[in-house]
Design a protein around this ligand. Structure first.
Ligand SMILES: [Zn+2]
Length: 87
């Protein structure tokens, strides 16, 4: 549990310092306003009673490359929708 709390705090610190690292490959993900800014996946999951992690909140970032590799292992495609207005 202590490991999980420390990890969650690290994610928050990374965001505050604008130095986000991928939880899978460990590489830093350049964040806005960097000219090389890349988007990333951020997941926060609070596990509930019907899990083995009841009461734990897991939080991590994934770079787009690791996200794509992760999806290659899925049994089926993810649902994709597109915004009609891009800013
Ligand atoms: Zn990565």
């Amino acid at each position: 549990m202590a490991h999980i709390i420390r990890f969650t705090n690290r994610c928050t610190e990374q965001k505050e310092q604008n130095r986000i690292t991928c939880g899978c490959c460990g590489r830093e993900i350049p964040a806005y306003p960097s000219r090389n800014a890349r988007d990333y996946l951020e997941i926060t999951k609070k596990w509930g009673y019907f899990s083995k992690k009841d009461g734990e909140t897991h939080h991590f970032y994934l770079c787009e490359d690791c996200y794509d590799k992760w999806l290659e292992n899925f049994a089926g495609p993810v649902e994709i929708s597109e915004d009609t207005e891009l800013l």
